[in-house]
Design a protein around this ligand. Structure first.
Ligand code: NAP
Length: 286
């Protein structure tokens, strides 16, 4: 029976480690201090705690200095603004991450716009999202970068392929569509109001699913021989599952990314990569 190749995000992230370590030590020499990553964590969302731990661990493995600033879930917008301004000003921090989601009552779009664009490690400040759309260099959002890395790891040509992306959030779907266009794919971007999405998905050479709906995609959505990237992270019976029914998809796709162990570890690696890029700019123009 046909069996898709699993795209091992953990192994791909590990393979990037030596080059990142070498870059960090060059930058440490150039800056006379290690590159610095500041993380702002608001509230006590258990999943966010885990993600921040992974990010801090990877930063340490690469040779970055990192520090986590915590605010209570009940903090005011003014307190959040003050914390972001203080991290923006901190001369020893080159990169700044606001862990999402924010607790109810705090506006993530507004908060992201308060991060200095030159420290915006997630590439989610409106200026950097605009630069991405304009095709200008700048920090690019980490999860879309991770997805592009997985697609490149298949060795399949991307130019001219049809990509269907399910989900249009400003964090995943929208910036990913811009990156896919930069790589000359034809892009369809679906969302909760899309009509006939399964039939559209069935035409995709590349299917990326970022809806946050466990098991949304079954075999009938997948073209034989497609590459399927599952971005979703859902908790079901204390286990993490994606948006794609993995076993069913394995029987039709040629490549598939698992959850966990697919997009997630590479997103963390791309975050550190972005931090190194931002530090390198400051090494040139401190
Ligand atoms: P989000 O902001 O909730 O956006 C979800 C998107 O999916 C929206 O555009 C929504 O449409 C669409 N959608 C929801 N249900 C749908 C359905 N039944 N059919 C078609 N489209 C549907 O979520 P997000 O932040 O983009 O995250 C998406 C998933 O990826 C989540 O599970 C999240 O945990 C995961 N994630 C993983 C990583 C990673 O590193 N691995 C990073 C980020 C996110 P509307 O716009 O019409 O509402």
């Amino acid at each position: 029976m046909h069996q898709a190749t699993t795209l091992d995000g953990k192994a791909l992230a590990a393979a990037l480690l030596p080059a990142q370590q070498a870059r960090a030590s060059q930058l440490t020499a150039a800056l006379s201090r290690p590159p610095g990553l500041g993380v702002l964590l608001v509230g006590e969302d258990p999943a966010s705690e885990v993600y921040v731990r992974h990010k801090v661990r990877r930063a340490a493995a690469v040779g970055l200095h990192s520090e986590v600033v915590r605010l209570p879930a009940s903090c005011s917008q003014a307190a959040l603004q003050e914390a972001l301004e203080s991290l923006n000003r901190a001369a020893h921090l080159d990169a700044l991450l606001l862990q999402l989601p924010l607790p109810a009552g705090l506006d993530a779009g507004w908060a992201l716009s308060q991060i200095a664009p030159e420290k915006d490690v997630d590439g989610l400040h409106p200026t950097n999202l605009g630069r991405l759309l304009a095709g200008l260099p700048g920090p690019q959002p980490c999860t879309p970068r991770a997805i592009m890395h997985l697609l490149q790891a298949t060795g399949r040509p991307l130019r001219g392929a049809h990509a269907v992306v399910v989900g249009r959030s400003p964090i995943v779907g929208r910036p990913l569509a811009a990156l896919l266009l930069q790589h000359d794919l034809t892009v369809s971007l679906g969302h909760s109001h899309s009509v006939g999405l399964a039939a559209l998905a069935r035409q995709a050479d590349v299917l990326v699913v970022a809806a946050g709906v466990a098991g949304l995609v079954d075999a009938s959505w997948i073209k034989v021989g497609a590459t399927v990237i599952d971005v979703g992270i859902n908790r079901r019976d204390k286990k993490l599952v994606g948006d794609v029914q993995f076993t069913a998809a394995q029987g039709r796709a040629d490549f598939i990314s698992p959850v966990p162990g697919g997009v997630g570890p590479l997103t963390v690696a791309m975050l550190v990569d972005n931090a190194l890029q931002l530090a390198a700019r400051r090494a040139v123009a401190p």
